[in-house]
Ligand binder design. Structure first.
Ligand code: PRX
Length: 566
């Protein structure tokens, strides 16, 4: 049994003020996340505790205490103010997982700006869409990634501050500004922006079936839910060394890779490296990681490497394992029990929910293959697809829906209130996923209710891929769908009809794949392309993406006339 007490008791007696009280949220009228993640921990006398153990891909290690991140984030905030960035303007963080990413995030919030983290592997088109939509004022980046921004500047008139955090002696171009947090005077005090609960804090872009990616807007009081879910689901205590493998370009990397652990005053480790079984195990051993938050694709990749590799390392420090982002298959849970002596606990949530909403709560019986039960304070159900009424019968599949009102819920999609409003039916927020609930209240994930592709735990929107494909000179029509994959859950498959004068060939296929990779990202790149003469369409001329998807999944789609409105 975990130190946090029984699930049933917690669920019954919980209300969000319990979390607020623990955090002292709103004490002295302070609501800013930046304060709760650094200054407050120092005020509690924990300034010398390690906040961040960072390891680069070359093996270099740097350590930052809570006092360090307090001061460095003050430096970032001061700098933003000095260069003329104003509160509530969007400030993008576009860099690999270096210490500046984590620390500037707090600085941006302390300044009262809206932090807009973007995945550093994004190509120009993916960047342009998101920076243009948010009318981003400033971007913090590194020498490695500056070239992508340089090529976009002319199309982004609002982006007036381009800040390079590792410029060193490298000359910058035009009005670009260098800022090196290690080479500026310490700022011991910064007048933190007086946010209230509902002041926007973080903008994370996420993909839907139609249209461009949408910015899910979060507010400062999200920290209440991020704090308490981190404490209870990730089960973090003062002595833990916590490792979240997610990149802060995605919501897991901010909610549980920055705000959650730091508001709890926990030591977290960051490894600036992609998947590598050997190096990951060595990292756990070296830093004595106790709590590990990762994803099913990573677990499946570790499974492929086998338990022999696990045995070469001393991983006895591991105490609690949690997973997110994709269905955690029963085999992965059973394998982790065998390999690490502990099961992975599932956690389900979304960019929009801001924090974990359904989970295998520590201490609760785990049913391998089930996501678990709603977190205390979360009312979750499944709704009938037609009537949007809760389905009472155990085992019946419906739409996962949540009662609005938890603190970390997104407040709108940036510039897109219409789509935001469409996510609510009968006072429920519809997550866009299908699940059943068993007779003990456990949720069993079935699949998404839209065409969004989940590859290795990352969502990619078919529309964005298709738009990129259409920019290729040879492509007349295209459809992008998810195809089953034993490791990544799904990979992108594109169906392409070529323009007259172009013939299918391996060279053309590779050329098109790379075209998408460069424009969008490696995740969005089709792993497979099928050249077709034409694509199946509805009478009104819309491509029947779902038919193609069903073919890939070996599903019977039945009467195709039902697809008319898709
Ligand atoms: O489809 C669900 C899947 O990932 C989606 C959310 O993706 P995103 O907004 O990028 O946030 C990812 C990190 C929270 C969900 O709508 N998903 C997430 N967790 C699970 C999951 N599918 C099955 N089981 C999960 N535990």
């Amino acid at each position: 049994m975990s130190h946090i007490g029984s699930y049933d008791e917690r669920y019954k007696n919980f209300n969000w003020t319990i979390a607020e009280k623990e955090l002292d949220y709103g004490n002295n009228s302070i609501y800013n996340i930046g304060y709760y993640c650094s200054d407050r921990i120092c005020e509690k006398g924990l300034g010398n505790r390690r906040a961040l153990i960072w390891q680069g891909f070359t093996g270099e290690v740097r350590t930052f205490t809570y006092n360090d991140i307090r001061i460095y984030s003050n430096c970032f905030a001061t700098f933003l103010k000095e260069v003329g960035v104003r509160a509530q303007e969007r400030v993008c963080i576009f860099m690999d997982r270096i210490p500046e990413l984590y620390i500037s995030f707090l600085g941006i919030l302390k300044m009262g700006c809206i932090a807009q983290p973007l995945f550093s592997a994004f190509g120009e088109e993916a960047l342009l869409t998101r920076l243009d939509d948010a009318k981003t004022r400033a971007i913090l980046t590194t020498k490695k990634h500056i070239h992508k921004i340089r090529r976009l500047r002319a199309q982004l008139p609002e982006l007036t501050k381009v800040i390079v955090v590792d410029a060193g002696d490298k000359p910058l171009e035009n009005d670009e500004i260098a800022f090196d947090m290690d080479n500026v005077p310490n700022v011991d005090h910064f007048d933190i922006f007086k946010a209230n609960r509902d002041v926007p804090s973080v903008l994370h872009y996420t993909s839907g079936t139609t249209g461009k990616p949408k910015g899910a807007l979060h507010v400062h009081s999200s920290i209440i839910a991020q704090y308490i879910t981190t404490k209870w689901v990730l089960d973090l205590t003062a002595d833990d060394i916590y490792w979240c493998t997610a990149d802060p370009g995605w919501v897991t990397g901010t909610s549980y890779g920055i705000i959650g652990p730091w508001s709890n005053g926990i030591t977290q480790a960051v490894y600036d490296i992609g998947f590598n079984a050997q190096k990951w195990y060595a990292f756990i051993e070296k830093h004595k990681i106790t709590v590990w938050y990762s994803a099913p694709t990573a677990i499946r990749l570790l499974m492929k490497e086998g338990t022999e590799l696990v045995q070469k390392f001393d991983l006895s420090s591991l105490r609690h394992l949690i997973s997110v982002g994709e269905p955690l298959n029963a085999e992965a849970v059973l394998w982790s029990e065998q390999a690490f002596g502990k099961p992975f606990h599932d956690s389900y949530w979304q960019t929009e929910t801001g924090s974990i909403v359904i989970t295998n709560y520590p201490g609760m019986k785990i049913k391998p293959g089930s996501m678990g039960k709603p977190f205390p304070g979360i009312i979750a159900t499944v709704l009938d697809q037609q009537t949007f009424e809760p389905i009472r019968k155990p085992g019946s599949v419906g739409l996962i829906a949540l009662k609005p009102g938890w603190p970390s819920m997104f407040r709108t999609y940036w510039n897109n209130k219409e789509i935001y409003d469409s996510k609510f039916k009968n006072d429920w927020y519809i997550c866009g996923d299908r699940s059943s609930i068993d007779d003990e209240g456990y949720f069993w994930f079935v699949g998404r209710d839209d065409d969004v592709i989940n590859t290795a735990g990352h969502l990619v929107g078919p529309f964005e891929i298709e738009s990129a494909l259409l920019e290729h000179e040879a492509v007349a029509e295209s459809a992008a769908v998810g195809k089953p994959d034993p490791i990544n859950l799904e990979v992108v498959k594109a169906f392409i009809a070529l323009k007259p004068g172009y013939e299918p060939s391996d060279d053309l296929m590779i050329n098109i794949m790379n075209f998408v990779r460069k424009k969008l990202s490696p995740l969005a790149m089709p792993q497979e392309i099928e050249f077709v003469d034409s694509l199946p369409k509805t009478r009104s001329g819309k491509i029947m993406r779902r038919l193609l998807r069903a073919q890939e999944w070996g599903e019977d789609i039945g009467d195709t006339s039902t697809l008319e409105n898709d």
